[in-house]
Write a protein that binds this ligand. Structure first.
Ligand code: TMP
Length: 213
């Protein structure tokens, strides 16, 4: 059996990742591919407990290094217990956020050192790298407006951080894509949903050689 593909969805708040992952999952399943839709922070029982610590409470609750450590602790559990076994079994894994979110939020957003983040990556994740990363990019104002209307509830710790922070995030994700163009594709998420889906399917065709049209 061939190994599954690992696709990560990244970007700031309100980019419509949930809808787009559901659409890609349905299209892959229609071609007989087994798909796992998962998310970070979270994805396993333990990592979901860590998620709760990260996404609720006061915006200044954690310093950036603690925040990165918590994210990588959850990520290790997720990779070990869920992502690796799924890929080995031939399942395609669609992950709503992965390590680029730590690079963008804790690195570009909160100023944590790049090399330190990469050291944590080596320890927690090892050699696993996504086959394709789709960065859903849109203007900060538009994303925050959408996020506030979509979410509700108490998981709003990051949305309550200031606008400059969200601008650094956006610039950070674009920089990550520029530095790793073989893995990353920028998707214009300001467009209407069908156009975004089309761009994602095109990326899957171009990068992973699978035609979903
Ligand atoms: P979500 O809103 O996409 O579910 O993600 C929860 C929040 O966690 C989101 O604001 C981004 C943030 N986050 C980080 O700061 N670092 C990380 O490594 C990950 C995975 C998410």
């Amino acid at each position: 059996m061939s190994r599954g593909r690992f696709i990560t969805f990244e970007g700031g708040e309100g980019g419509g990742k949930t809808t787009q992952i559901a659409r890609l999952k349905a299209a892959l399943e229609a071609r007989g591919i087994v798909v796992l839709h998962t998310r970070e922070p979270g994805g396993t029982e333990g990592a979901e407990e860590i998620r709760h610590l990260l996404v609720t409470g006061d915006p200044g609750r954690w310093d950036p290094v603690t925040e990165a450590l918590l994210n990588f602790a959850g990520r290790r559990d997720h990779v070990e217990r869920k992502i690796h076994p799924a890929l080995t079994a031939g399942t395609w894994v669609l992950c709503d956020r992965f390590a680029d979110s730590t690079r963008a939020y804790q690195g570009y957003g909160h100023g944590m050192d790049d090399d330190d983040i990469e050291s944590l990556y080596r320890v927690a994740v090892g050699n696993l790298v996504p086959d394709l990363t789709l960065i859903l990019d849109l203007p900060v104002e538009q994303g925050l407006h959408r996020a506030v209307h979509q979410r509700g509830g108490s998981e709003d710790r990051y949305e309550r951080m200031d606008k400059d922070f969200h601008q650094r995030l956006r610039d950070g994700f674009l920089d990550i894509a520029r530095r790793d163009p073989k893995r990353c594709t920028i998707i214009d998420a300001s467009l209407e949903m069908d156009a975004v889906t089309k761009a994602i399917f095109k990326a899957v065709r171009d990068r992973l050689d699978l035609d979903l049209s």
